[in-house]
Design a protein around this ligand. Structure first.
Ligand SMILES: NC(=O)c1ccc[n+]([C@@H]2O[C@H](COP(=O)([O-])OP(=O)(O)OC[C@H]3O[C@@H](n4cnc5c(N)ncnc54)[C@H](OP(=O)(O)O)[C@@H]3O)[C@@H](O)[C@H]2O)c1
Length: 280
């Protein structure tokens, strides 16, 4: 018998997880989703054939897993007065909301924090996961099952590393999109038709990503294999290195990491504020 998984929030991240779970063989009858508006509830019911409601407590009743998938700033309100069923696990995909904050709001330590990324929509995401070392193995496996339905999962040993995950893979798709934009602009600047440059840029990155995954060699080896001595690739890579591309990426990820940490602190302060206590 499949576990009953209830979602609190049914937006784009929840929809990709629900779609991924169903594609992975989880029966829609063992999925439930609670949203704010009846219109969203109806859309989700129609799209996935799952039970959908506008009452969070009702959604969590008897559920083995609660996936918390509202916006970070909506979390306090969404969890107001909520309690998990006995033995259940909460998995939060909300950026910046800490395990201790969620544990305080839900009155349980059975909490996993996850940071997925948008390719999850196409079931090729990658997620970082964190849980307190005391969390039972069964709860960890539940989190791997849910996030694993839309891509790969990697555990990190310390919660603050979720900020680094945010900086790397959470924000990562945007870096890739930017590089694609820059490549096509540079190609057009060399005289290529912009539409042709766009196709070449996209096709190159998609092909290189597939090769990096499937070729069975480290990306540094693959790079060396396409860099002939005195050739065009070497000329371009030497220029990127001299311009400090490695340093620029380290600084960029550092900025994203700091931003994520600050957001976590703001939300933790909000949680601790006496004006914002969810009633038990
Ligand atoms: N999207 C991503 O790529 C991505 C990546 C990593 C992490 N995340 C995390 O995933 C979470 C969800 O993001 P999203 O992009 O899916 O957001 P979204 O599309 O805005 O969806 C938010 C959902 O929450 C529902 N909701 C709002 N308040 C609620 C309440 N009080 N009770 C129950 N449901 C409520 C909304 O219902 P209505 O539709 O009825 O308004 C909507 O279904 C965020 O915390 C984000 O940090 C997202």
């Amino acid at each position: 018998m499949h576990e009953l998984i209830a979602f609190v929030g049914g937006g784009s991240m929840a929809a990709s997880l629900i779609g991924g779970l169903i594609a992975a063989g989880h029966p829609p009858a063992r999925l439930r989703v609670a949203v704010r508006t009846p219109a969203s509830a109806a859309r989700l019911r129609e799209r996935f054939g799952v039970e959908s409601l506008t009452d969070n407590a009702q959604a969590l009743a008897g559920a083995d897993v609660a996936v918390l998938a509202v916006k970070p700033q909506q979390m306090a309100e969404a969890l107001q007065g909520l309690r998990l069923a006995p033995g259940a696990t909460a998995i939060s995909v909300a950026a910046g909301v800490r395990v201790a904050t969620l544990a305080q709001w839900l009155g349980t330590d059975a909490v996993v924090r996850a940071m997925p990324n948008t390719p999850a929509l196409f079931r090729c995401g990658v997620s970082g996961l964190y849980a307190d070392p005391q969390l039972p193995e069964a709860s960890r496996r539940r989190a791997e099952q849910v996030l694993g339905s839309v891509g790969e999962t990697c555990w990190v040993p310390r919660e603050e590393q979720i900020d680094a995950v945010t900086a790397l893979s959470g924000c990562g798709p945007a870096y890739y999109f930017l590089l694609t934009e820059l490549l096509r602009e540079a190609g057009a600047a060399l005289g290529l038709d912009p539409a042709v440059a766009a196709r070449l840029a996209l096709g190159t990155f998609v092909g290189a990503a597939q090769m990096a995954r499937d070729a069975g060699a480290d990306v540094a080896v693959l790079r060396a294999q396409v860099t002939s001595k005195g050739g065009s690739t070497e000329a371009a890579l030497a220029h990127l290195e001299a311009a400090g591309l490695g340093r620029i990426f380290r600084e960029a990820l550092g900025a994203a990491d700091r931003r994520a940490r600050l957001r976590g602190e703001e939300l933790a302060q909000l949680a601790a504020s006496p004006t914002n206590p969810p009633a038990p």
